[in-house]
Design a protein around this ligand. Sequence first.
Ligand code: PLP
Length: 351
Amino acid sequence: MIPVFKPRLPLVDTLLPYLKELDQNQQYTNNGPLLLRFEERLADHFKVSADQLCTSANGTLALIQMLKSLNLPKGAICALPSWTFVASVAAVVAAELTPYFLDVDESTWALSPDHVLHALRTTEVRAVLVVAPFGAPIAFEAWEALQAKTGIPVLIDAAAGFDTFSSCQTTLPFMISLHATKVFGIGEGAIIVGDSEFIKRCRSWGQFGFQQDRVAHCAGINAKLSEYAAAVGLAGLDQWGRTRQEWQSLKNHFLQASAGFDLMPGFEGDWVSCYGQVLTLEKPSVSFETRQWWQGGCHTHPAYQHYPKMDLSVTEKLARQCWGVPYWLGLTSSQLTAIFAELRAVQRISA
Ligand SMILES: Cc1ncc(COP(=O)(O)O)c(C=O)c1O
């Protein structure tokens, strides 16, 4: 069976020069030289200065770091879309905030400021966690305007946005996951980008609350990335230009093969992500693996069912119709053609 995803990380030969440095340095974590270099190169990638970015052990922890850095009172309401991976709401709950599920726009699959303004009529929303759906671009200006108008802090979960967010000029803090499933994966890891004061708070929270000293200024946690992870990251950055071209070529083949299908909004844009999805009327019964990447929406999981929510009809429709199909580096154009021929046969769609 063709799997829905196959990760590809840097091969061992490309890691060796960095691992040899590690042998020399004998520093394995705690902001070692490889991590500092990795962060500097990431800052170049996102076109920010080194003090506007920090790394974290994974995306879920990075979201908790960001939410904790807002210094909101325990139980304060954080609005977020239900149409996201459960990690978003898990972070809100772990940060001791109360999640409030909002719906998304069908034309973007993302939350809009109008959803938040509507919620504000009845609920005291204290923070907003916007999700860039499957790495798609989002309307920053509208969110910056909402933050300026209401004073409510807006954070962005751009877990799959390593490529999309490389050229964005937003003042809003965002998180990128470096999980093995992402276009730029290192196994586990994440990046936070924001203004230097915000990043200072995130760093401190992710390093036991320490600042320049060994004193806990806040009740932080350990979210550090090791030198081994940084070595994988540096090797990955060395190859990023080529890797991106491969993702772009996969996307071009996918777009050709999927003619006649409804895809995620904006998928044809100039950005690459790790998700190939189609909208179908029912679960496709096919020979290859399919996956509901975001299942039924966060509000359907037993752990999160009891949290407050607005009408979620778009989320529920997307949850029924949105199916991840095989999409990974190494998948050939003939495999994609066969995948869509089979989908066409079961969905009775003509090319
Ligand atoms: C939207 C979203 N948020 C958060 C995460 C969590 O990231 P991580 O797996 O690095 O913890 C993911 C992971 O795929 C995600 O898709």
